[in-house]
Write a new protein. Structure first.
Lengths: 359, 201
């Protein structure tokens, strides 16, 4: 039986084999991301609940674990209302335009040392290009709705996203200088060798800039002026209901998971283990996974950053709009430019962990 | 190779249709979105020509930044659709003339040159592990570094010019001085007076 299948597989043309394998890889990653997104809503409500001395969801399933599915089913069976004066095609396609880039970016993200859908050389550029495309969903949703509140929300959000993208891009310039490559797998490998080799400490200012810009880029609290409930009802998705709203919701959380994973890859060594080189851990039974790099480390780092997202939301009040712009343009961009210059000087004099990389 | 050509024709057809959509759509926002689609398909065609750096930079710069600002402006403007429709027939001869000039130039570049040199037959196969980005970078920062720096300085000049043109000092504008606000101490603002609750008579 097994021989039959291997024979049938080998008889297929190489293109079909390649397409089949890649399709399965994409499916596995996408379903994994969507499941993580579903449970991160549960995680968020539990974390914020405990920070506000509440219980959080606990009715549906054991410990409320089935709450995300209950939410999804509720949103699926609700009616999608399309405003009568709206631009119908753009209104419907806008949520998809904000979800697709968030999922498509996973194509270049290395989950461990061999699992990556497309191992391309310009991976970091691809990430930058796709994160910059995500803004269209928000702008078009705001415009197509034909509502003042939605348009105002879209304007705020687009200006904010465009402003913070520049700081984000500059922070990544520092990362690619340190990593010596645009390939995400090569950037992770450049950080191999435990915590001291991560880019976290040598690039600490860039890490802070990238992470805070990431929070601003995903329109999360304290930068959520795009949907400031107290000022403009709900911002760009005020007229969305049912599945269309669910897709926006999914896109926001998918972006959060993506930013968390990217931060882990660029600054915290991705799938590399923090205890690499602690060989005595290998001798203790059941602790070998601590030193081995792999998906579990990437997942743990991602969870940490997701927790930080929720922590920030529960802690800080919303920024005022002019303060957001001031932080983006007048603080973050100068900080990144200064640190890139410092890094260039250090690389020239062969100081620091990236010495010898610019061969 | 057949698969490659099918992909090429599909993306080229979508690009052509989208370009027509830019010209003929009645709504300016729809026209901008068609232009975005055109850029995307152009990027895909460049990817198929193994120019991945140019393709990704096209998406990053034009789709991600320039067109977003375009969309901003177009959404803010109150465009009179009727007047724009009348303009289409009026400007059609001019547009067709410019298009013809461009076609002639393209023919000169692509067709005539290939007739003369006879060497280029399609794209040269790139060796394994060849990185388009790396090759571009190594040329840009060594051979053409002077032109590159001049371009950078011109862009910087444009930024400075744009900011100075739009910056104006309005009298009576209330501005926050955040460092002054943070530096405030309670004793500068509040005078604490010690006194008895009630005077004994």
């Amino acid at each position: 039986m097994i021989e039959f299948f291997t024979e049938a597989w080998n008889s297929l043309p190489p293109l079909v084999q390649y397409l089949t394998v890649t399709t399965w890889k994409i499916l596995i990653v996408t379903i994994g991301v969507i499941l993580i997104v579903a449970f991160s809503t549960y995680f968020e409500r539990k974390v914020i609940g405990s920070m506000q001395a509440r219980i959080g969801p606990n009715r549906v399933g054991p410990f409320g674990l089935l709450q995300p599915f209950a939410d999804v089913i509720k949103l699926l069976i609700k009616e999608v209302i399309v405003p009568s004066q709206s631009s119908k095609f753009l209104f419907v396609i806008a949520p998809l335009l904000s979800l697709t880039p968030a999922l498509a970016t996973w194509a270049v993200i290395p989950l461990n040392d061999w699992y990556v859908i497309a191992d391309i050389n310009a991976g970091l550029l691809y990430v930058l290009a796709l994160t910059s495309v995500g803004v269209y969903g928000v702008i078009l949703a705001g415009w197509a709705t034909n509502s003042k509140y939605a348009l105002l929300g879209a304007m705020r959000s687009a200006a904010q996203i465009v402003a913070y993208e520049i700081a984000m891009g500059f922070a990544l310039v520092g990362v690619l200088m340190a990593g010596g490559s645009l390939n995400l797998g090569a950037i992770v490998e450049a950080q191999a060798g435990g915590v001291s080799h991560w880019f976290l400490l040598p690039l600490l200012p860039l890490f802070v800039v990238y992470w805070v810009s990431g929070v601003a880029e995903t329109n999360r609290a304290p930068f959520d002026v795009a949907e400031g409930e107290s000022e403009i009802v709900a911002g760009f998705h005020v007229e969305y209901s049912g599945v269309a709203f669910a897709v926006f919701f999914l896109a926001e959380y998918a972006n959060m998971v993506l930013i968390s994973t990217l931060t882990a890859i660029f600054f915290l060594g991705g799938w590399a283990s923090p205890f690499e080189g602690w060989t005595f851990l290998n001798d203790i039974a059941g602790l070998a996974w601590l030193t081995a790099g792999g998906l579990h480390w990437l997942f743990l780092k991602m969870c940490f950053f997701m927790y930080t997202f929720f922590w920030l939301r529960a802690t800080f009040p919303r920024y005022r709009y002019d303060q957001i712009m001031r932080l983006g343009w007048k603080v973050f961009i100068p900080v990144t430019i200064v640190w890139i210059a410092v890094e260039g000087v250090m690389a020239w004099f062969q100081i620091g962990p990236w010495a010898g990389l610019n061969a | 190779m057949l698969f490659h050509s099918i992909l090429f024709y599909v993306f080229a057809a979508i690009m052509f249709g989208a370009a027509l959509g830019v010209v003929f759509s009645r709504n300016p926002v729809h026209a901008v979105m068609f232009l975005v689609l055109t850029f995307f398909n152009a990027a895909v065609l460049w990817l198929m020509a193994e120019a991945e750096f140019l393709a990704i930079v096209l998406v990053l710069v034009y789709v991600g930044a320039v067109m977003v600002l375009f969309l901003f402006v177009v959404m803010m403007l109150d465009v009179d659709v009727e007047a724009a429709q009348r303009g289409l027939t009026r400007f059609a001869p001019l547009g067709i003339g410019i298009a013809l000039i461009m076609v002639v130039e393209l023919i000169q570049v692509i067709w005539l040159r290939s007739q003369i040199s006879q060497t280029s037959s399609g794209f040269a196969a790139t060796p394994e592990g060849y990185s388009n980005t790396k090759a571009l970078g190594s040329v840009l920062y060594t051979e053409h570094v002077y032109a590159f720096e001049i371009a950078a300085v011109i862009l910087l000049l444009a930024i400075v010019a744009a900011i100075t043109l739009t910056m104006r000092k309005r009298p009576g504008l209330k501005v926050q001085d955040i460092s002054a606000q943070v530096a405030v101490r309670a004793k500068d603002r509040v005078r604490i007076v010690k006194m008895d609750a009630e005077k004994k008579s």
